[in-house]
Design a protein around this ligand. Structure first.
Ligand code: IYR
Length: 224
């Protein structure tokens, strides 16, 4: 067990109130341009952008700071094709029986179906795994805590970072995603969380009008 060692908080920065508002607003103005994209160009992305975005994701807070995540970056065309094939097997079942009508109705404004060509077209896939347990310093398995919460926050950082760098993403969730363990050689102690599709939008890329409509502040927040 590691014991508590403290150091002064040296990384914090404070800003005058006006500047705080300006910064919060600037972040909002930029992040609100983000759209989930399904029409990808095949243009390759610089590896360093992905590396920095992964480093940013890795700074996310996590249960007991155990950082229970793994990111497998896939750029190999053959592996992307295998992932598309496996994803489409699951999606065909989803759209043709497994999904209740209510779910299909909720998806109608997005125009999604079982065809997932973007999994092959986009230059980068990031398979995100949550580690239910990991190997401790002495080689024994240690349990991780708040895994979905931690991986969700890290994924949010990742998406925000890729957006800030000028890339677009799709948070793809073929269900179930167990095939990602086999293809990415990840152990059964890891649960696939999201398959993030990353790249540039195709020149003729369109997005659903509905998807850009975000609920106003008074609908998403209340003050006590
Ligand atoms: N995984 C399916 C269905 C799907 C589900 C939700 I919730 C979405 O926001 C979008 C799609 C698919 O990828 O098509």
């Amino acid at each position: 067990m590691t014991s508590l060692v403290l150091e002064p908080l040296s990384t914090y920065r404070s800003y005058p109130p006006d500047e705080m508002v300006a910064r919060a607003r600037a972040f909002y103005e930029d992040i609100k341009r983000r759209r989930t994209v399904r029409d990808f160009s095949d243009r390759p992305v610089p590896r360093e952008v992905i590396e920095y975005a992964l480093l940013a994701a890795g700074t996310a807070p996590s249960g007991a700071n155990l950082q229970p995540w793994h990111f497998t970056v896939i750029t190999d065309q053959n592996i992307k094709r295998r992932i598309r094939e496996e994803a489409e097997v699951e999606e065909r079942e989803f759209y043709n029986g497994r999904a209740p009508q209510e779910w299909l109705d909720a998806l109608a404004p997005l125009g999604t179906d079982e065809r997932k060509p973007f999994v092959e077209t986009a230059p980068v896939l990031i398979a995100i795994f949550g580690q239910r347990s990991s190997e401790g310093p002495d080689g024994r398995r240690v349990k991780n805590y708040y895994v979905p919460e931690s991986v969700g926050i890290a994924t949010g950082f990742l998406i925000a970072s890729l957006h800030a760098a000028g890339l677009v993403t799709l948070t793809h969730t073929p269900n179930p995603m167990g095939f990602l363990n086999q293809i990415c050689h990840r152990p059964e102690s890891e649960k696939p969380y999201i398959l993030l599709v990353v790249g540039y939008p195709a020149e003729d890329c369109t997005v659903p009008v509905h998807g850009g409509i975000k609920r106003p502040l008074e609908k998403i927040a209340s003050w006590l």
